[in-house]
Design a protein around this ligand. Sequence first.
Ligand code: AMP
Ligand code: MG
Length: 342
Amino acid sequence: MARKHGKDGKHARNHGKGSSAASLSQAQSATRMQKPNRVRPGQPPSSALWARAASEIAGVAPSLIGSHLPISPKAAQGIVTVAPGETFDLGSVDADATGGFEKGAVKELLQAERVRIRTLQERLYAEHRRSVLVVFQAIDTGGKDGTIRSVFEGINPQGCRVWSFKVPSSEELDHDFLWRYHARTPGRGMIGVFNRSHYEDVLVVRVKKLVSEEVWQERYGLINDFERLLSLSGTTILKFFLHISKDEQKERLEARLADPEKHWKFDKADLVERRSWDSYQQAFSDALTRCSTPYAPWHVVPANRKWYRNLAIARTIADTLEAMDPHFPEADEGLAGLTVPD
Ligand code: AMP
Ligand code: MG
């Protein structure tokens, strides 16, 4: 099936096609499920489920099974974790929710979470055994850039890479849809951040009819298999969907129009996309329903309030890193007796 979106590259302004990387320093400046499972949101899957899932994936070393179980601790207050196997309606989440937090108290709390992330990241990097992939999806103006800038402030850029996925380049379109994402998954010790992700291929691609339904329908299962492979290979996956209301999007677009310093972010194509609001909401709900798995559950973050969004996401990432419990590697033997020559 020929893919059409090579020709349609103008539907969104694109600062360089394809996918672009940013180290954190840059970013700061700028199973198919085997069966519906009964794992509660926020609970890690059982080893039995893992063993079964792993045995289905050719090429996964048996030694990995059990030693790299992914961690999904309970998400922060106010976040809705999509229960695997259950139909999810995005309309059921109040985008204004703030998890019971007060705005005034958030500054210090957020700073504390950043320190936790920074401290644990150092251990993850030193341990060099596992990795974390943080995926952000949202409608235009949903706050992906702002979240990344805020949550990862102060993190060691060497241990983190941010990838922003744009309209695919012609080289990317010459490959299977997962190719460009797989090439950018985090290696051992790293935190990888996807600003947009492989989910675009069942979102914008579906809404804009860039491939046939037959093609995108198959992709949910392929995405689940892809994420299962990553999990079994030692990558803990955290997927955040930033949920804003249609009114909030209007305000954010108006704010971009009103402020000359934000004009660079204003994309006329966003106004066209906004007309497809309902189709996007439907595509989001379907992706959240079909791709929330025990090993890579979707977390829906009420995101009208930026201060709440940042805190809730930072806390969930910090909790996840803590549950992974990364350790500094064993020191070489005999260090105690060593002296450094002049
Ligand atoms: P932005 O994130 O605002 O810089 O915009 C990136 C644009 O790339 C958005 O309009 C996305 O919908 C588009 N995009 C990202 N991934 C894909 C994809 N796989 N196919 C088509 N368009 C995409
Ligand atoms: Mg944009």
